[in-house]
Write a protein that binds this ligand. Structure first.
Ligand code: DGY
Length: 440
């Protein structure tokens, strides 16, 4: 039932998305992220679809203008706002060095492939489904091309798992999972082009952002890619950071499944999608599943070894129906056990509460993120884990209600903080809330 509390929260969430709309697309947050971000847009359109379908269309049309000719969907599509302060901008990425780049200014790496599922969830909210099918028809081949790119160019061994080559690609920038691979880049030993960060100009976010050493490595990798003119084979051969991430791949698999629903609506064949999905699910279980912890791990392709770091990314395969029923029960025990849950914490911290180096305030090294809770919620529902699904939903809405539409939140109920962390007025936090509130 929609209570007064829900109505107020819904209006505040719409206000966030309305303020972040710039006439062409919805910015994740105008000061810290003033352009269009790939996976943010996926979550944004799901919330927007609950009340403004025209903007869903415009947001997605703008985003796909940035798609590269090989199907790659860049992680940032740059807008034209002369006031926008962001590093690295188009002049640093130099995407035009790639023969595959479009006219539109973009970055040169990708982000989790959310559009199969984002379009499907948005469609389910559409006020007029017949009209909405026009958008499905226009985007279906583009999303298919994105998946073909990932399963072709990002999986040279044809295992069924796509790799990421930069910590910005999985979206979980400074997750502890990336630490060991990033250690291979010694900022003292390699040449790093000069640069000036702009994210630290945001006083609220500055304290929790990735460190300078993290940024040196992020920038080093961008320089490596642009020097290779963004040629995939060269990057695969020289990049010290090539990883198969359970979050990225679970999202890819779920989007593939949702593309199958869309294909059926459009009378398109599903064989290729089915083949990708079957192979990927089998490989997630054969290679990334860790029966000791009840989590899926990331795989370091350069060293050919498992990365045994316990983050919430390892729980997300629930979303895509990857675990068997028995594995899902084990994942539930992991999620409700001491790694991710206690009476004194909100669900779900992004890093194990048992890890000695958990940092409750820093970006992807501990805090609760609302989009991760949304993904996990969908997964829990899928396996009829209704109690934990409801906890994910109520904890998320309560965090937003108490602290505001922040980017991430301290997982400790008694942290003493009165605010969330990172930027406020954050679009996907608002958007996930709108989706949940549409269910009440
Ligand atoms: C940032 O700028 O912090 C983003 O996460 C990179 O896309």
């Amino acid at each position: 039932m929609m209570t007064q509390y829900h109505k107020i929260l819904r209006q505040s969430a719409r206000d966030v998305l309305d303020r972040n709309w710039n006439g062409h697309f919805t910015r994740p947050a105008p000061s810290l992220y003033p352009h269009q971000w790939n996976w943010d847009t996926g979550f944004i359109v799901i919330g927007l679809a609950t009340y403004d379908w025209k903007r869903v269309e415009k947001d997605l049309q703008f985003l796909f203008r940035g798609q590269w000719k090989n199907g790659m969907l860049p992680h940032i599509i740059f807008g034209n706002d002369p006031e926008a302060r962001y590093f690295p901008g188009p002049e640093f990425w130099q995407a035009e060095r790639a023969s595959m780049a479009p006219e539109q200014a973009t970055s040169g790496i990708t982000q989790p492939p959310v559009f199969g599922f984002a379009l499907w969830h948005a469609y389910r909210h559409a006020p007029n489904r017949d009209e909405a099918k026009t958008l499905l028809r226009a985007l279906y081949p583009k999303i298919l091309a994105q998946h073909a790119y990932l399963y072709r160019d990002r999986d040279p061994a044809q295992e069924g798992l796509a790799y990421i080559c930069h910590p910005w690609e999985p979206g979980t920038d400074n997750s502890p999972t990336w630490d060991s691979a990033l250690q291979r880049i010694d900022p003292q030993q390699v040449s790093i082009p000069p640069y000036t960060r702009k994210d630290l100009q945001n006083p609220r976010a500055a304290a929790h952002r990735p460190t300078q050493a993290d940024y040196d490595r992020y920038v080093y990798l961008v320089d490596l890619f642009r020097s290779a003119d963004y040629e995939e084979a060269k990057i695969a051969a020289t990049c010290p950071f090539i990883i198969q991430d359970p979050l990225f791949n679970a999202i890819l698999i779920y989007s593939t499944e949702c593309l199958m629903h869309i294909a059926r609506l459009l009378d398109e064949p599903t064989n290729q999608l089915e083949a990708w999905r079957t192979r990927a699910v089998a490989q997630m279980n054969a290679k990334l599943w860790n029966p000791q912890t009840g989590l899926y791990d990331a795989w370091d392709v350069v060293q050919d070894q498992r990365i045994e770091i316990q983050t919430s990314s390892g729980l997300i395969p629930l979303l895509a129906g990857i675990p068997s029923k028995t594995q899902a029960e084990q994942i539930q025990r992991t999620l409700e056990g001491p790694m991710f849950s206690s009476r004194d914490t909100w669900l779900c911290p992004t890093y194990s509460l048992l890890a000695e180096d958990i940092n409750y305030e820093k970006y992807w090294r501990g805090p609760v993120w609302i989009n991760m809770n949304w993904l996990l919620y969908q997964g829990a529902k899928r396996y009829n884990l209704d109690t934990v699904a409801e906890r994910l939903r109520t904890d998320s809405l309560e965090l937003l209600n108490r602290f505001g539409f922040y980017e991430y939140f301290d997982p400790r109920r008694k942290s003493g903080t009165r605010e969330g962390y990172g930027t406020d007025q954050f679009s996907w936090s608002a958007s996930c809330a709108l989706d949940w509130l549409a269910e009440t």
